[in-house]
Design a protein around this ligand. Sequence first.
Ligand code: BGC
Length: 726
Amino acid sequence: MTLEEKVGQLVQRAGGRQRALNSRIDDTELERVRAGGVGSYLHVAGAEPLAKLQKVAVEESRLGIPLLFAMDVVHGYRTIFPVPLAMAATWAPEAQERAARVAADEATSAGLHWTFAPMVDIARDPRWGRIVEGAGEDPYLGSRMAVAQVAGYQGGNTLRPGALMATTKHFGAYGAAIGGRDYNTADISERTLQEVYLPPFYAAARAGSGSFMVAFNDIAGVPTTSNRDLVRGLLRERWGWQGLMVSDWGSIAELLNHGVAADRAAAAVLALDASVDMDMVGDVFAVDLKDAIAKDPARLKLLDEAVLRILRVKEQLGLFDKPMQYHDVERESRELLAPDHRDAARAIARQSLVLLKNDNKLLPLNPAKLKSVAVIGALAGDGRNELGSWKAQGRPEEVVTVLQGITAALPKSVKVTSAPGADPRNNDLTGIPAAVKLAKAADVTLLMIGEDFDLSGEARSRSTLELPPSQLELARAILATGRPVVVLLANGRPLALQELADKAPAILETWMLGVEAGNAVVDVVFGQYSPAGRLPAAFPRVSASVPFYYAGNPTGRPADPDLAKDTVRYHDLPITPLFAFGHGLSYSEFRYSDLAQSVPAVGPGERVDISITVENTGGVASDEVVQLYVRDPVATISRPVMELRGFKRLELGAGQRKRVTFSLTPEQLAFWSPRGQWQVEAGRIDFWIGASSADLRANGSFEISKSHLGTAPATALPTRVTVSNN
Ligand code: BGC
């Protein structure tokens, strides 16, 4: 390969903007491809257009190296699933894997080799708009969801021909942006980085994620795009990951703005040295790398390594043998929005719903007892909104909206009325009186309020977690009627809902649910399916209390409800969140009993099995998410008051009972020691099993008999869970 051809492999160009895919592939672009100046395109799609483009690369360039086609297929390609935060609320990695599998089937049929997902950034500050793209606040839940997505996209832990390559992003602490402001600095301790932000990356690397993406931001002054210690040192050398590292959009060029490179050539060298292989859109490698290498030929070795990693994934995906494998137009038309994909979207959407509040069992509604229903809220009829951030090729007109779903589900004898009332996108309150009139005349009102899709996602951080003003006004007016009201909440982040939670008898969290939104809401509202989703991030009472997460340290003055005591709390706020991490109600009730453990103490290489029986005593078939939390009460460093280390979403028929066993190893209790090692310390470990972090039903403890070093981030390691029928 000539130097130009090598550099060309490192270049990723945009084939279009998100909404105008392929629009930039003009004659000039084709010339670049012929000259071997492009390794990959993003924001492209379609079996046929991409076949043409691939043919140019393979048949008309000197070396015939195929291109890699990439897109942000984040929660579906054409069949759009719930937004990732909602899918995390299923607490069902198998559902998440299925969604990723469907997305991969559709995307690969449409010419794509590569998706920029999963996003595994832990988010403890819900003001950060990108919380919607990830699995929330917890590294253990986040690790399980990360692994499920890699498995779903790639169909296994090695890349194979025909697979969709996953990208685990945004390495290393993008979600820790100060103040929740997107792109902002993360200034966190080494321990927090290792224990909280990095574990899902480790889990995804182990699961074989073919590529990774570096974050835009810096950690304590070092932008990840130029972070040699983190990318080359930790990820590649210590963790042994050898995949393709792509920059984020222009993030190599942005090293100038960060103030760590004086010019673009310096930026190119820093990124290459950190082992960033491909330059997304910035054109820094394309324009400035050649001269930098001419100045110092030792850099050629770094370039060769990067080229090799890119060529290797192309080979693993089968592109050298069968470059046209991803371009079967007939398959594309069969896959996109296939009926079983819609079925999967409905099943997963209803698993994502979280019942936050349900006073006097207002839900489920019995259609046989209803004469009229009012559906109020601009979002109820808004298909675009249900597609959320990163809609790929999702189309609003293919969405079953909540209004459509409800209208179709109810018998003709029930009168359905609807009015937008007020729209979250503006402050026009003039529609409220008409909505109130309908609510007064109806047996029950379904009030859909919240954030619209454009309030969460990239560059969509908010300074407040309150409902948009018009939504709160609408809710106040409807609730003031005194008529039964079920709130259907739409949002891409935890919100501060104190007033709403005080006034509304029932609140169902519907997030943004994708193409089957309306049907999934119908299934739950009318009782075909009992909700069992759980919050993957706590809802605070007021905005000003964030960051607020359950796994904090006890401190010298642990929080106490008694205001007479001086403890770590706000004086003017209860110490608990409004809705805790792991919270979610169902239509049934569950009894936890017969806690048992296999051994009182564990040593290196051993495990303790913790078992409990869960019985559905509420008379309604329902899932229940059983959660295991641990705490190291005395260690050389202060450990969090509780941490998730296992969970299982159980399906339980009315009256049915199942026994769940969690198997823990000492390595899963390791912490990042002041010496920079994973340390397992001898001593007692306390544990709890419950239905949420605030609803603990049983507890016990075991001993770790011997101190020793662990080998991996503790929260990245999976707890083995077995279920039996007795
Ligand atoms: C985002 C990435 C995304 C990329 C390509 C960037 O702005 O941060 O998450 O994959 O654009 O669309």
